[in-house]
Design a protein around this ligand. Sequence first.
Ligand code: MN
Length: 232
Amino acid sequence: MDGTARQFAIERPPVVALPIAGSDQLFPVRRVYCIGRNYAAHAIEMGHDPDREPPFFFQKNPDNLSPSAEFPYPPKTNDVHHEVEVAVMLASGGRDIPVAHALEHVFGYALSLDMTRRDLQGAQKKMGRPWEIGKAFEASAPVGPIHRVAEVGHLSEGRITLKVNGELRQDGDLNQMIWKVQEQIAYLSEYYELAPGDVILSGTPSGVGPVVPGDVMEIAVEGLGAMSVKVV
Ligand code: MN
């Protein structure tokens, strides 16, 4: 190194940055972890036994998180499903974080959707292949403004719902999570080094189903308010 600042050889990708409620500041995203089958009734509707499985995670890409009120229907699918979830944003991280201290790393929470190309995910599952093509596509995780812990506290219970065109489709309670948020953080930190900017989508209650262009999804979580996302 000769001491001069090195230039990037190609255009530098932007840092994905999400809005924070009541603030001009932004939350920079590093990684996105998503837990599967974390509400018993949803595990059952997907054909699994909720009692026997350790937690498992897949990932979305940071730039799949979308603060937009519109969800563009993705290509190469005929069966896009909604999954309403609480997104957990980390302010700090580490390795081997004890459950008892895990919530100290949370910056805040946001409403989110884990949109899924269910037909593609199903085909990958059948062949024992990774899920990314069904899960980690453009704008596949609409996300609302982040509410700081100082504002809303920690969310261990409260109703979580999703309506499509006014009709209730998903209706659960955060207290139905099989693996609590603090357990998810502790578990992930045994396998990865967690860091500021990491996001965890904490799972969806039962009632997942398809949407089509023109549909309006309204999601709500007690303590986080509500938001609408239109399929376009
Ligand atoms: Mn999900």
